[in-house]
Write a new protein. Structure first.
Length: 94
């Protein structure tokens, strides 16, 4: 996956207990991509979205600069992204 790509996805928030712990998004699409984002992204009230099992639709861009600030064990879990917008989504497809 390239850096700086704009993504439009739907997925489920999950808490990942690696290192100090973080929240990530497991996507619904067939590739099952996992995305991680900083716990306190700049300028967005993320605490209301840090809920295990919460379904969201989001727009994000992949971020190369996060590779220098995140531990390698965290980066092995998923692709670092900056969330541009987010809304609560409905139930997953069956």
């Amino acid at each position: 996956m390239g850096i700086g790509l704009e993504l439009h996805r739907t997925g489920t928030i999950t808490y990942v207990p690696i290192d100090e712990g973080f929240y990530g998004i497991v996507c619904d699409d067939e590739d099952g991509y996992k995305y991680l984002y900083p716990i306190h992204p700049f300028g967005y009230p993320w605490s209301s979205y840090q809920v295990e099992g919460l379904r969201i639709s989001f727009v994000a861009t992949t971020r190369e600069d996060y590779y220098s600030i995140l531990p390698s064990s965290v980066l092995q879990w998923g692709v670092p992204v900056e969330i541009l917008s987010v809304t609560i989504a409905g139930a997953p497809p069956e």
